[in-house]
Structure formats: C-alpha cells, structure tokens
Design a protein around this ligand. Structure first.
Ligand code: BGC
Length: 761
C-alpha cells in the first residue's frame, strides 16, 4: 500500500517534471524558430563564428575589425576578453548595434580556477576528492561569471599515458574510471543544475577525441587506435561529461581513424549524438578547420564543408565557416538544413544561459569587485593545493620538518611566484601568488630562520629556458657562471640544519606545445641536488612538475621527495603547510611514474600478453620485458605516502558468487597504525580473468577517501554489481560476461589484498 503511494507520488513528480521540461523546451524552440525566420543566411553563418579577441578593449576590437563584424552579425561568440567592463561594452555592440540584437557568448580557458588558481588538473586529480574538485570548479565559475565570462573551455578529460606529452598536466592522468568521476564533478561545479543563473557557466568537454594518445607524445601528432581501445579505455571520461549534461564539446586537433576529429562524422555525429545523445553544440579547437588543409583533406572551402557535414557547429578563430559556407551552399556541397541545425544549437546555448532574457546577466560590475580572489577562495585554494601534493619518499621520517633552527631553501623554483599557478592560468595575476619562500616565511614567522639561494638556473640551455618560461612566467635567469651560483648555495646550505630543494620543471615546461623527450630533472638542477646531498645535511626535494618525471636517481639518493605539481595561487603556503606537518599529505598519483623514458607508455591497466613476466622476476628470456630495466614503475598508479601509516586487513566478501541484478559486498578493515591523523584513499580494482576479448590485468572500479585518527580502524565497504563488470566486446556491445573475477583492494595499484568471486548467469 505504502509502496503504491510512494510510486504514485514519484510518478506524478516525474510526470510534472517531464512536462515542465518539455514546456521549457517547447518555449525555447518556438523562440528560436521565430528568431531564425528573421535571420539571413549570412547572419546564420555568423553565429557559427568564434574569433579570439585577445585582451581587447572595444577600441582594439574595432581596429581588429571585430566590432564591425559584431555589428554585421558575423560573430557568435568571442573568447579571451578579460574584465567585466570590456565584456559589457562588447555585448552592448551586439545587442544594440547588430540588426537582430543577438547576444554573444563569452568564452575563456578557465582551466583550474580563474583568478584564484587551483592546482593544475593533474594535481587536482591527485586529491581523489570529488567534493574538492567540484568545489574548485564551482569557485572558478563564480569568479569567471563575476567577470563577464559565461563559457569555459574545460574540463579537459583526455586520458594520457605518455608523460612526454606536455598536456598531461591539463588532464586527470591515465585512468578512465577516475577520469570519468572527475569529468562529472567538474561539469557539476561549472554548470550546477541551472545554466541561466548568473554564477554558473557553460562547460566544454575537450578534446574530443583521443588527443592524449598522440604518437611519441609529440603535440598535435597522429593518433591511431582500435575501436575496442577507444570505447574501453579512452571514451569514458568524455561520455561521463555528456551524461552529466555538459553544454558543449570541443574537437581535438588529431586525426581519429584517418580523419581529423573536426571532420570526423563518425565521431561528431554517430558516437556523440546518436550513441551518447549529446544535444549541445560542438566547437572546433583553435583553427582546427584550417589545419585540415595541412592534414591533406582539401582547401579551406572543402575542409569547412566537411566539418559542418560532420556535425561541427562553431569554428574557433579560423573563419573557414564565415568565408566559405555560403559558396559551398550555392554549389550544393552542403545543405541549408546543415547550417540551420548548427545555428540553432548555438542559439539554444545562448537561450539556456539566459542571454536572450538578459544579455548583461554576467556583467554585474559589483560582483566583479566582491567575488573574485576573495579571502575565502584563497583559503580553499590553499587547502586543495595541500591535498594535491604526493609524498613520494620519506626515509626515516625526515618530514615533517620542525619549526625551528635554520632551513636552507634552495633552487630555481624556490622564489618563483610567476611559476606557481602552472600552465593554463590565463586569468591569473602572478603578483598575487605565493612563492615557496614567502609560504615558508608565512608559516614560520620568526620561529625558524630561512636562508635562500637560487643554486642553479632551470637548465644550462638558455634557449630552452626561454622556451620554457613563456607568457610572463620568468625565472629571472641568473647570468653568472653555474659554479658561482652553486657555490653561493652551498655556503648557505652549510649554515643550515636542513635543506629544502625546490627543483623540477618550470610551469611552461608542460602544457600545450611543451612536449619533452627527456623527462628528468634538468642538468644543472641535478648537479645542484648532488652537491647539496654531499653536504651531508638532510635534503627534502620539493618537486615541481606538470607530468610524471623519471626520478630513479632521486629516489635512490634523496631521503624525502614531496611532489607538489603546480599548486596555484596559494602554492607556497600549501607547501609550507605540508612540509611542517600542519597538513598531512594524502595525494595519490593518477599517472604512473616510470623508471625511465624508454618504458613509456607505462600504465597499470595494461594487458597481460601471452608471455607475461612471472611475478617477482624482472628478466626472463623470451618473456615480455627489457634487457636493461625491469617492467616495474618507479611509483605506481595510486601511489602516495602519508606522515602516518595504514594497515589493511584481509578482504571479506559477503558471498563468493552473484547473479545479474544482485550485488556482492567487499569489506576490508583499514587502520591508522601511526601516531598522527591522516587521510587514505582506499582503492578497489577488478580483473576479469576470462573474456571474449583480452582484459586488463587490473582496472580501478571504486575508491573511498577516508579520514582516520591515530590508532583508529574503519571497515570500508564496496558494493559490486554487474554494471561494474561491463566492457565493450568485439561487437562494441557493453556487456558483462559470466565467469571468474579477481578483486583487489589496497593503498595503490601495486600493493593490494586479493579475493576471488564469480558472476553467474
Ligand atoms: C587548445 C585548447 C584551448 C584553445 C583556446 C587551443 O590551442 O588546444 O585547449 O581551449 O586553444 O584557447
């Protein structure tokens, strides 16, 4: 009886919800159809055009011809304008001087925060904390929308297993499962459930698709992979963003199955719209249509037509659509309907953002004064940064440091506030970020003495340093000879009780067009580290990086390594919080650290092969291995230490087999066996032992971040259903195949407890 009542109420609720929704959709469709009836062909094509304004003023916009184009209805949106006043002025041109007064979209790469910058995405992912990640996107949306932005080119969800690729820094690492959770959290943070609110912005999942799998890690290079691998290993995070309701999708630069993504109908229409039901709009990446001329697909007119026909709606910067679609229509290479569909999708986005109701919805000058870079946003950024750090080594508990004595702070990244925000921090004001030196001073006050010396440049190669410090991210190259700079640092080191060496990559050593073939700490910095170790003082390596590095020598020789990525505005304070133990580190890697670059790509969820190496061995003739290095990573996926220790009991399963529709519950007791409280990410992996296609040796299927006081134990439970066992088979059907499975729970992907179970039919 009660059940029927609840069911009835639910039914009425869904029915009314659905009706309200379809009423909204009807209203929107009516409005847009009415508007489109008034539009000329040129005005429709104009909506598909997305120029980059640079940091323009209205005056510059007119001199660059953009203002005139806006008046003539040749612009659908603009990106790269910063400040609410400028955006308001440009929007004014659109809604006061263009014939149909259609408002503009205003986009920006708000990638890991706006002015309050959070850790680079690879760092954010290392928190394994979806609440914090969503919170970072929420704050980014509030700040960006307070400054006039209504659309961000984020989240970047490209799965990548190749640390040579600089853009690994912008994504969530190598694993599709955690990548998918993060994609959802980011979309929720930006969009919430109502895009028309003045503090939510439209997200854009990118880069669709497979950009992270480019050959040799060389940016913009070719991708080629089986459909099986796409569906099982690379597509998940994009699909998760679609399922979370992301408003737009950006194409990738690379080709997929021989056709560049921006002309790939299979990708943009069959997969995205027909299989996944995406109903937002697709924008190209920067000049990606024009680049298809170099890909060898035809001239600008031909590639623009291909792109529209593939299902692309908006052309970023290249103006291929603007300048050629009309002629292609006259030549019957494309249809009026194709233009109409793309135009409608752009107008729908504007409608959902509430821009037709109020084009100045995101132009509240007051908000821009009170909601950006606030004290509370900075506090959150500091906390999130500290949670993203990964403790890679801590021999004899060198860390945490005492807040007393004399500390030598040495290295090119020690006093480098411009580099703290990391790559893709276009809205950041570098003056606002906290260097490690400032952070140490803030946390120590006068409790301990900090002596600073640079010790070395970023690298001996000044041309490389220049390429790696672009966009104002200078490291103020020291022109003195390397041995003089080193000597000065050693003198400082000798006067101290402990040495903190802030070394690694500069911010722009990763990011777009920043691929590397050598993924070690650069030359002179390594010399510096060796010399510091020779002083006999304890050395803590505070490692800055935007990618997994090859750190074999460091791991063998340096007692403590804290990987701090690029932590954002509050990086320096957060580093100090962790170094002195005010925060206990809990970050875990989302990308494998190899022993050397020759092992790349190296990832935990690989296939077994027909000649796997026996466990514990590192070389056997005629097995899948190398002569000169073991198959093991230096630090496996999921790895990260704490100032306390955790002990795992054995896995208990509530049953040994289950049927579809049922679930199986795995529990494990986790204890904090150290002397301070801490957080642990308990990770669940599954292996499908027999399949109709080969299956990975392990796949992440769940995780829980728990907080335990010293001495406290907790039983952690995971429910496993048939859904968790599904994969795409060779017909690309998403199925679970009955049979035997192995389940693993542990502190990282290597150190796990095991149990077996069966799925019956
Ligand atoms: C990048 C995108 C970015 C776009 C706009 C491109 O070069 O690949 O990730 O969103 O520029 O700035």
């Amino acid at each position: 009886m009660k059940f029927i009542k609840v069911f009835a109420v639910l039914f009425i609720m869904t029915a009314t919800g659905a009706t309200a929704q379809s009423q909204d959709a009807r209203k929107m469709n009516q409005f847009i159809s009415g508007l489109m009836k008034k539009m000329t062909l040129d005005e429709k094509i104009g909506q598909l055009n997305l120029p980059s304004a640079g940091d323009i003023t209205t005056g510059q916009a007119s001199s660059a011809g953009i203002a005139q184009k806006i008046r003539e209805g040749q612009v659908g949106g603009l990106f790269n304008i910063k400040s609410v006043e400028k955006i308001r002025d440009v929007q004014k041109i659109a809604v006061e001087s263009s014939r149909l007064k259609i408002p503009l979209l205003f986009g920006m790469d708000v990638i890991h925060g706006y002015q309050t910058v959070f850790p680079i995405p690879l760092g954010l992912s290392s928190t394994w904390d979806m609440t914090l990640i969503e919170r970072s996107a929420r704050i980014a949306a509030i700040e960006a929308s307070a400054d006039g932005i209504n659309w961000t080119f984020s989240p970047m969800v490209d799965v990548s297993r190749d640390p040579r690729w600089g853009r690994m820094s912008e994504g969530s690492g190598e694993d599709p499962y955690i990548g998918a959770q993060i994609a959802k959290a980011m979309v929720r943070g930006y969009q919430q459930s109502d895009l028309s609110k003045n503090n939510t912005i439209m997200a854009c999942v990118k880069h669709f698709a497979l950009y992270g799998a480019i050959e040799a890690g060389r940016d913009y290079n070719t991708t080629d992979m089986s459909r099986l691998r796409m569906y099982n290993e690379y597509f998940l995070p994009y699909k998760a963003a679609i399922d979370a309701g992301v408003g737009s999708v950006m194409t990738s630069f690379n080709e997929v199955h021989g056709i560049p993504a921006s002309a790939n109908k299979w990708l943009m229409t069959d997969v995205l719209r027909k299989q996944w039901g995406f109903d937002g709009f697709v924008v190209t990446d920067y000049t990606a249509i024009n680049e298809m001329v170099d890909h060898g697909l035809g001239n600008l007119k031909e590639v623009s037509a291909l792109s529209l026909k593939a299902g692309v709606d908006m052309d970023m910067v290249g103006e291929g659509f603007l300048t050629t679609l009309k002629q292609s229509l006259q030549e019957k290479k494309i249809t009026q309907e194709q233009i109409d569909i793309a135009c409608r999708r752009i107008l729908e986005a504007k409608y959902k953002l509430g821009l037709f109701e109020d084009p100045f919805r995101y132009c509240d000058v007051q908000r821009s004064k009170t909601e950006i870079l606030t004290e509370s946003n900075r506090r959150e950024a500091r906390n999130i940064a500290a949670q993203s750090f990964v403790l890679l080594k801590n021999q004899n508990n060198v860390l945490p440091l005492k807040k007393s004595g004399t500390i030598a702070l040495i290295g090119p990244l020690a006093d480098a506030k411009e580099n703290m925000p990391g790559t893709w921090s276009v809205a950041a004001d570098f003056k606002q970020s906290i260097s490690v030196q400032a952070g140490l001073q803030n946390v120590l006050g006068n409790k301990a003495k900090v002596l600073y010396a640079k010790g070395s440049n970023l690298t001996a190669d000044s041309a490389l340093e220049e390429r790696a410090t672009m966009f104002g991210k200078t490291l103020n190259r020291d022109k003195r000879p390397a041995d003089v700079i080193l000597k000065e640092a050693l003198a400082v080191a000798r006067k101290s009780d402990v040495i903190v060496a802030a070394l690694g990559e500069s911010a722009e050593m990763s990011g777009e067009s920043s691929s590397r073939t050598n993924i070690e700490i650069p030359d002179v910095q390594k010399d510096l580290l060796k010399a510091l170790l020779q002083t006999g003082k304890p050395v803590v390596l505070v490692l800055f990086t935007g990618r997994p590095l090859a750190l074999k020598w460091e791991d063998e020789n340096v007692p403590a390594i804290l990987n701090v990525w690029f932590g954002g505005t509050e990086a320096g304070n957060a580093v100090a919080d962790v170094l002195f133990g005010d925060v206990n580190p809990s970050g875990k890697l989302t990308a494998t650290f190899p022993q050397n670059v020759g092992q790349v790509p190296l990832f935990y969820n690989h296939k077994n092969t027909g000649r796997p190496l026996a466990q514990g061995k590192w070389f056997e003739k005629f097995r899948s291995n190398y002569l000169d290095v073991s198959n093991d990573p230096l630090y496996p996926f999921g790895f990260g230490l704490s100032y306390t220790t955790f002990n795992y009991g054995d896995i208990k399963l509530d049953k040994s087999s289950f049927k579809p529709g049922e679930k199986i519950t795995a529990s494990i007791s986790v204890s904090n066996t150290g002397s301070r409280e801490g957080q642990e990410v308990v990770q669940l992996y599954i292996r499908d032992l027999v399949g109709s296609v080969t299956r990975p040796v392990k796949e992440l299927k769940g995780f829980q971040k728990i907080h335990l006081k010293a001495g406290e134990s907790r039983t952690v439970q995971f429910d496993i259903t048939e859904e968790d066992l599904k994969f795409y088979n060779s017909d690309l059907n998403f199925v679970a195949e009955p049979g035997d499975f192995k389940l693993f729970i542990g502190t990282n992907s290597r150190d796990v407890k095991e149990a077996d179970f069966r799925l019956n039919r």
